[in-house]
Ligand binder design. Structure first.
Ligand SMILES: Nc1ncnc2c1ncn2[C@@H]1O[C@H](COP(=O)(O)OP(=O)(O)OP(=O)(O)O)[C@@H](O)[C@H]1O
Length: 302
């Protein structure tokens, strides 16, 4: 478990993270979301002891990072910036990490196998593709067989096969009972991967809730309905006190009513329907709605 308590970080006059309190629990994938500059990387760096909090504190299974005897065996992380010594082979890179963390050498073969890099173990990572580099980063994170894993933008720049692989790996790690904390800007990907969400904006906590509740609380469900006779459908729905919103495909979106009621109104008016479905907004729409007020860098609408 990762526990943050009133965590605050200031860089001069700039407050990057302010009073963050939340816990990341084992057994589920927890997504970490926030607009650009919200403070996600700063928070992750503080969890790993790479940045000192101005105030507040972070505990990894009850201990501060600098109190962990062999940190890699407690928490493994993939951060955005890759830090691999250019002169070392993939195997040698992992060997150095293993030796400084009391990890037996045989574990290197296991993690290389797990991430699919056994064939290039003796090659230097400077010739690796982005996907191979990410796999090596993940091998480093898994090396100490830690109970807690943290990934900052793990799917950045990966092809669909690589994205699919990382998604399944994270789910597998969580179902093994590990704590998995992952940041990403790809909402559709996050919706497929995370069970729980922590959302921040301008350094402050905006939400700490399950994926399903987050979407439900930050979006309104609606009914999508389509008929070969759209004008009569519109008149019938409006006559029943509803507000059908026309869509480009000739259908309507209707808020604040169950799908069954829309079907009954259509039947009572002898209307044929080609579509009647209940829709929930996507994670992306829910995220945009929640964070709208805390977006720091916003492009002008063209
Ligand atoms: N070393 C630093 N010195 C000064 N300001 C910093 C430093 N690191 C981060 N910041 C500022 O703190 C804020 C939070 O940055 P951070 O990189 O943590 O955000 P983020 O949520 O990870 O953003 P992104 O999604 O763009 O990666 C930003 O306004 C950033 O400019």
């Amino acid at each position: 478990m990762i526990e943050l308590s009133e965590l605050t970080k200031r860089y001069g006059g700039k407050t990057a993270v302010e009073g963050l309190t939340f816990a990341v629990r084992p057994g589920v994938v927890t997504g970490f979301l926030g607009p650009n500059g919200a403070g996600k990387s700063t928070t992750m760096r503080m969890i790993l002891g790479l940045d000192r909090p101005t105030s507040g504190d972070v505990r990894i299974d009850g201990k501060r990072y600098d109190q962990l005897p062999e940190p890699l065996t407690y928490i493994g992380a993939l951060l955005e910036a890759r830090s691999v010594h250019p002169g070392r082979t993939a195997y040698h890179h992992l060997l150095c990490l293993a030796q400084s963390n009391g990890v037996p050498e045989r574990r290197i073969g296991e993690v290389l196998d797990l991430v699919g890099l056994s064939g290039v173990a003796r090659k230097r990572p400077k010739g690796f593709s982005l996907g191979m580099g990410q796999r090596l980063g993940i091998a480093s994170a898994l090396l100490g067989d830690p109970k807690i894993l943290m990934f900052d933008e793990p799917v950045n720049g990966l092809d669909p096969e690589g994205i699919h692989w990382i998604r399944n790996l994270m789910k597998q790690l969580a179902s093994d009972g590990r704590t998995v904390f992952v940041s990403s800007h790809l909402m559709s990907e996050m919706a497929l991967t995370a069970d729980h969400l922590v959302v921040i904006g301008q350094g402050r906590l905006l939400a700490d809730t399950s994926m399903a509740r987050f979407i439900e609380e930050n979006s309104r469900p609606y009914v999508q309905v389509r008929s070969p006779d759209p004008e009569r459908l519109r008149v019938s729905l409006a006559g029943a006190g509803l507000r059908p919103v026309p869509q480009p495909d000739g259908g309507f979106e209707v808020e604040g009513v169950p799908a069954a009621r829309v079907g009954e109104i259509a039947a009572a008016n002898g209307l044929v329907l080609h579509e009647l479905s209940r829709r929930q907004a996507s994670l992306e729409e829910a995220f945009m709605r929640l964070t709208h007020g805390s977006v720091e860098y916003q492009a002008r609408e063209g």
